[in-house]
Design a protein around this ligand. Structure first.
Ligand SMILES: Nc1ncnc2c1ncn2[C@@H]1O[C@H](COP(=O)(O)OP(=O)(O)O)[C@@H](O)[C@H]1O
Ligand SMILES: [Mg+2]
Length: 268
C-alpha cells in the first residue's frame, strides 16, 4: 500500500557507492550516503555542494539514470524503481549537465526526442510553443545546435525537458557553462516557468549565489550527505552550520564589497 505523503518526491535512506577507481582493492566510493528528505509539490529546491559531493548521483536516482544500492525514491508515493524508465522520463523533465543536444539533429528534433521515443510526434505548433516558453521564436526550429550560442543551446535543453508536460523538473548545473548575464536571464526565465507551469523543481548547482537567488529551499551536500536544509533567508541569517555558512560567505562578501564600492564612489 502506498504511504500517504505530502511530498511529491521523497528520498528514503538513499545510498549509492561506486567501485573505487583510486585503489586496486575492493574499496568503494560512497557517492550518496543515506539521504532522506521530502520535496514538497510546487517547491523550487537547490542542491548545492562541492564537486564530488554526490549531487548528480542523487539526482539521477529520481529518473532511474542510476538506481540506488539501497533505500527508495518515491514519486507521488510510488517507488520509481517500479516504474518503466520511459514512463518516468515523460513525467520528469531533465536538463543535463553540459546541455547534451544531439549535434546531428535540428532544434525541433532535439526538442521532440522525448515524445518521439515514446511513439508520438510533437507537432510544429507544439515545438513553436515550447520555443516560446524559452523566449526563442519559431525560426529556430530548423537550426542545428552548432548554429546556436551556449545560452540558446541551454534554452533548447530546457524546452526539451518541458516537452512531455512534466510535473517534476530536474536540472543538473543547467547554467554552469554560461556567461553571467546569460546565466542570470535564463535563471529568471526558469524560475518564472516553474510558477507558470506549476512545476516542482530540483536544481543542482555549485553556485550558492544562484541557489540563494532562485530557490525556496537549499539542501547542502557534503560527502554524500545532506548537511543543511534551509531557506535562503535562514541561511543568510546564519543557520545551516559551518559548511553551509562557508558557502554563503562567498556571495555575502562579494555583495558587501560591491556595496562599499558604490558608497565610496557616490552617485554616478
Ligand atoms: N559513474 C561513476 N562511476 C564511478 N564513480 C562515480 C560515477 N559517478 C559518480 N562517481 C563518484 O561519486 C562521487 C559523487 O559524484 P557526483 O554525484 O558526480 O558529484 P557532484 O555531482 O556533486 O559533483 C564522486 O566521488 C564521483 O567520482
Ligand atoms: Mg555533478
Amino acid at each position: 500500500m502506498d504511504q500517504p505523503s505530502h511530498a511529491l518526491l521523497e528520498f528514503v535512506n538513499v545510498r549509492k557507492a561506486f567501485a573505487s577507481t583510486v585503489t586496486e582493492d575492493s574499496a568503494v566510493d560512497v557517492a550518496v550516503d543515506g539521504v532522506s528528505c521530502g520535496i514538497a509539490a510546487g517547491s523550487f529546491v537547490a542542491l548545492v555542494g562541492a564537486s564530488g559531493s554526490g549531487k548528480s548521483t542523487l539526482l539521477k536516482t529520481v529518473n532511474r539514470l542510476g538506481d540506488p544500492d539501497s533505500g527508495q525514491v518515491l514519486l507521488a508515493g510510488d517507488n520509481v524503481q517500479d516504474a518503466a524508465p520511459a514512463m518516468l522520463r515523460r513525467r520528469i523533465g531533465y536538463v543535463f549537465q553540459g546541455v547534451g543536444l544531439f549535434p546531428h539533429m535540428n532544434v525541433a528534433d532535439n526538442i521532440g526526442i522525448g515524445p518521439r521515443l515514446s511513439g508520438t510526434r510533437a507537432s510544429d505548433g507544439r515545438i513553436a510553443e515550447l520555443l516560446e516558453l524559452v523566449e526563442l521564436d519559431g525560426s529556430y526550429a530548423g537550426r542545428m545546435p552548432h548554429e546556436l550560442s551556449g545560452g540558446q543551446r541551454q534554452r533548447i535543453g530546457v524546452a526539451r525537458a518541458l516537452a512531455g508536460n512534466p510535473q517534476l523538473l530536474l536540472m543538473d548545473e543547467p547554467f554552469g557553462a554560461l556567461d553571467p548575464l546569460t546565466r542570470d536571464g535564463l535563471g529568471k526565465r526558469v524560475r518564472a516557468l516553474h510558477g507558470q507551469l506549476n512545476l516542482t523543481t530540483m536544481m543542482v548547482t555549485h553556485d550558492m549565489a544562484e541557489a540563494l537567488l532562485l530557490a525556496d529551499r537549499i539542501l547542502v551536500m557534503e560527502k554524500g550527505r545532506i548537511v543543511a536544509d534551509e531557506t535562503p533567508r535562514s541561511l543568510l541569517k546564519g543557520a545551516g552550520g559551518p559548511i553551509a555558512q562557508a558557502m554563503v560567505a562567498v556571495p555575502r562578501e562579494q555583495a558587501a564589497a560591491l556595496a562599499q564600492m558604490a558608497q565610496l564612489d557616490g552617485p554616478a
